[in-house]
Design a protein around this ligand. Structure first.
Ligand code: S3P
Length: 173
């Protein structure tokens, strides 16, 4: 058995991809990235999708393509994916959704100036902080558990492995 699919969520720069890759290696799983799936299938970069079709369309693509990533993978979702209740509901029904809660300054240092993240390009630091605060509540509500993302990466992966083992054993947290 390949184990439950693990969906990592949290604000841009919280470490979803880095932690996801480490976790997948340690657990002998495949790692996949929802943003990468979208850009590959659509043949466009994320800034191009936002420019041409707008953010709501991108949210629809997240809701659509997350359905292809439920085969026991470790999935790094985009920072806005699980904000959408429909996408979050899918993740909840098909695996374990984990909110990586890193503090805003840590996230911001990793994402500032990134031209490949449309929300970073179009928002000031203070606007991003407000978005972070608004979303924190939604990540909590829309995921099944939360880990501290402001500690060493090995501590984060150990914590998620424990949660996944319990979830696979008991079918709930
Ligand atoms: C977004 C986060 C990005 C990407 C897109 C929108 C968001 O992913 O999906 O730019 O709304 O927070 P990362 O969280 O991997 O940066």
């Amino acid at each position: 058995m390949s184990g439950c699919t693990i969906y990592l969520c949290g604000f841009m720069g919280c470490g979803k991809s880095h932690i996801g890759r480490m976790l997948a290696t340690e657990m002998g799983r495949e790692f996949t990235d929802l943003d990468r799936t979208i850009t590959q299938r659509e043949g466009m970069s994320i800034p191009e999708i936002f420019d041409k079709f707008g953010e709501p369309h991108f949210r629809e693509l997240e809701a659509k393509y997350i359905r292809d990533l439920s085969e026991g993978y470790v999935v790094a979702t985009g920072g806005g994916a699980l904000i959408n209740d429909r996408t979050a509901e899918f993740a909840r029904r098909s695996g374990l959704s984990v909110y990586i809660n890193a503090d805003f300054e840590t996230c911001y240092e990793r994402i500032k100036g990134d031209k490949n993240r449309p929300l970073v390009v179009s928002n000031t630091k203070e606007q991003l902080r407000r978005l972070y605060d608004t979303r924190a509540e939604i990540y909590r509500r829309n995921s099944m558990c939360m880990v501290n993302g402001s500690v060493r990466d090995t501590i984060i992966t150990d914590e998620i492995k424990k949660l996944a083992a319990y979830f696979e054993e008991n079918g709930h947290l």
